[in-house]
Structure formats: C-alpha cells, structure tokens
Ligand binder design. Structure first.
Ligand SMILES: Nc1nc2c(ncn2[C@@H]2O[C@H](COP(=O)(O)OP(=O)(O)OP(=O)(O)O)[C@@H](O)[C@H]2O)c(=O)[nH]1
Ligand SMILES: [Mg+2]
Length: 368
C-alpha cells in the first residue's frame, strides 16, 4: 500500500519496477583512454595498443561507437578532453595536433574515437580508412567544423567522408557540430547554422546522399552545449533507449515532474531523458547542480561497493530558492537519475521521493 497514494495534482505512485533486463552490461567504469602518444597530456590506458595502428585496426572498433572527424584544429580533441577528462577549456589552447586515433570510453559500452584532422594533405589517409569503421547500426558520425574558420573547405571534406560512410552504411547518423561559436552573437550563430544547414541539404540532395539522419549543433567548449550535443548523439546508441524513455515519461507524468535525466556521472552526458522537449537552459542547470552536489556532498563516494538493494536509496534533494526542487537518485556505479520539479505541493514532495527510488531501481534492472 502506498503511504502517499491519493495525492493531489494528478500525481500517482509508481507501483513496481519494470524489468527490462537482458541488456549487455558493458560499462567500462568510465575509464578514459587516449592512445595519441599522450599529446594531450592525459593518461594512456594500458591495453589500448590495438587502436594505435590506424589503418589496420578497424575490426577492433567498439560496436557502439561515435566517430569524431573534421579538419585539423576544428576542436575535436579539445571537446573530448573537456568532456571526458574535465580539462578546463583554456587549457586546451596548447593542444597538439592528434597524430593517431584517440579512444574515449564511456558507460554502456559506448566508445568515442578521436580521429586525426583531415585536410588536403591528409585526405589520402582517410580514403584509406577501411569502410568498416562506418559499418553497423550502432555507429554514429560526428563532423566538427570550426565555425570561425573556412567552412566551405570543411564542408567539401565532409561530403567525401559522408560519401564513403553512406556507401557502406546509408543510415549512419551524421551529426554536424558547428564548433567554436563562443564569441559570436546569438544572431550570428543562428545565421551560420541556417546557412550551413541550407548548403548541406542542397548539396546532399544534389549528390543523392541520404540527408534523413543529419543533425546540426552549435557548440563551444566554453559551456555545456558540447555535452548536450554529445548527449543527443549517444542517445541513439544507448541500449534499451526506448524502455528508458518510456519509464521516464511515466515517472514525469505520474509525479508531475518537469524533466527527468539519466546522467552519466563522470561526463555529465545524459544517456536518456523523457520525451518532453529538452530546454538547453534546463540541461545546463541540471548539469551544474549535479556538479555542485558531487562537490559538496560527494554522493558518488562508495558507488562501487553499492549492493543491489541499495539502488535508488541514496538520494539528494535540493530546494532552489523556494521555487523548485531537484531530486537526484543513484542508479548504479555510473549513472544517476536527476529530476526537476517546479510544482511545490507538499504532498507531492514525498510522492516524488517514493516514486524516484522505485524508478531508480527499475532503471538499474533495465540496464543490467
Ligand atoms: N574559441 C574556441 N576555441 C576552441 C574550441 N574548441 C577548441 N578550440 C581551440 O582550437 C584549437 C585546436 O583544438 P584541437 O582540439 O587540437 O583541434 P583538433 O580538431 O583535435 O585538431 P587536430 O588534432 O589537428 O585534428 C585549440 O587551441 C583549442 O583551444 C571552442 O569551442 N572555442
Ligand atoms: Mg586532435
């Protein structure tokens, strides 16, 4: 019997966990690896030596993978260093060119590959890449463009990559990051996005390339836009995404919540969210709050020792300025459930906490 049943405002208790199960739990524990001869100054993961031989190791690529490509100095390595290693954006200024592919592993078996920059000189290298890097239903291409640089040349290079990728995988998602938009006015950002979007669609149509799965993002390493963009890329690769979205939708509607995110703890990339529109400010706020909670109360401590029964029991509730609340539930060793609620009805408060712990447990089951 639910002690909080019959609450006002259309809220309902969520009865039990939905047992999705069956997901291959391939979390690597958020390890970070860079096999680019340490040119980022970051640690090198032992055992990743197979990634170093660039043109012969495509078979060893992870099944769920994001391929980060683009012209030299477009910001690829900086993006990954900021997201995966918490590097401060200004510390990327002295980043050396990537000469060998870098590998960044995140939870759920998703791996992000950082390719060396491609330009006229290095294009042959890319053409020599085995088409198998693009194969599979869980591969996703991210093409990074320096929005303050030579966009036209960058686009020409991109089309040759897309042609190659679509020749083996016509449905591969293509995510175009218009990077380095810091310093540009909001109006200019929108103009650049619109202009690039028009050019890309026109050319792809002309060249009979599949533009169905093309997405555009305005990004900069100086705010959370880069993590939000990567979140939207990886969601297609997350196992059981539909089940996760369904359960989060149910949680939000039955608990009158505004938004629920399943966060990867280490990167602050969200792995899943409910299907209501994701407002960038809301995501940014959620991200900062999670960072603050981690800093202040060290909620991540001892995750690895957590037993199954404890899932969802470790929670943090933050009241913001009397206007809304944030609830954070530990799900497993690499993820937390974060929910935002602006409706301050006292009875709902307890209900959300009750439902939240149930949902956290259910998600843990699904992710097994
Ligand atoms: N202003 C600004 N500079 C950025 C941003 N992202 C990266 N940079 C800078 O761009 C320069 C090149 O960054 P890298 O990360 O080395 O670029 P890359 O694409 O990995 O380059 P290659 O490894 O040669 O292909 C660095 O000085 C970064 O500080 C951004 O969002 N805004
Ligand atoms: Mg690089």
């Amino acid at each position: 019997m639910n002690p909080y049943g019959g609450s006002a405002g259309g809220s309902q208790m969520i009865g039990g966990s939905s047992g999705g199960g069956g997901v291959r739990g391939n979390s690597t524990g958020l390890s970070y690896a860079d096999d680019s001869l340490g040119n980022t100054g970051l640690t090198t993961e032992a055992g990743s030596a197979a990634d170093i031989t660039q043109n012969k190791d495509e078979d060893s690529l992870a099944e769920r993978r994001v391929l980060l490509m683009g012209m030299p100095r477009s910001g690829k390595t900086s993006i990954l260093a900021v997201i995966f290693d918490n590097m401060q954006p200004y510390d990327t200024l002295s980043m050396l060119p990537t000469v060998q592919r870098g590998t960044y592993r995140m939870s759920m078996g998703i791996t992000v590959y950082d390719f060396p920059g491609i330009d006229d000189y290095s294009e042959t290298q890319y053409n020599n890449l085995s088409p198998s890097v693009y194969e599979g239903e869980h591969a996703s291409l991210v093409y990074v463009i320096d929005s303050q640089g030579d966009i036209q040349t960058s686009l020409s290079t991109m089309y040759s990559i897309i042609r190659m990728a679509q020749s083996v995988n016509p449905d591969i998602p293509i995510n175009i990051f218009l990077n380095k938009v810091d310093g540009l006015s909001e109006e200019l950002r929108q103009d650049i996005q619109q202009d690039v979007q028009n050019r890309v669609m026109k050319t792809m149509t002309y060249e009979s390339l599949n533009s169905t799965f093309v997405q555009f993002f305005l990004t900069t390493i100086f705010d959370e836009s880069i993590k939000e963009a990567l979140s939207r890329v990886v969601r297609r690769l997350v196992p059981k995404y539909n089940s996760l979205e369904t359960i989060l939708n149910s949680f939000c509607s039955k608990s009158s919540l505004d938004k629920a995110f399943l966060f990867d703890i280490s990167t602050k990339v969200f792995l899943a969210t409910d299907s209501s529109p994701t407002d960038s400010l809301m995501y940014m706020f959620a991200c900062h709050t999670l960072e603050a909670i981690q800093d202040i109360v060290a909620i991540c401590a001892g995750y690895t020792a957590m037993g199954e029964e404890e899932a969802g029991l470790q929670k943090t509730v933050v009241g913001m300025d009397g206007s809304f609340k944030i609830y954070v539930y530990q799900v497993n060793s690499y993820s937390v459930l974060l929910c935002l609620n602006t409706m301050l009805i006292a009875r709902q408060d307890s209900l959300i906490e009750y439902n939240g712990s149930k949902i956290a447990k259910a998600i843990r089951q699904i992710l097994r």
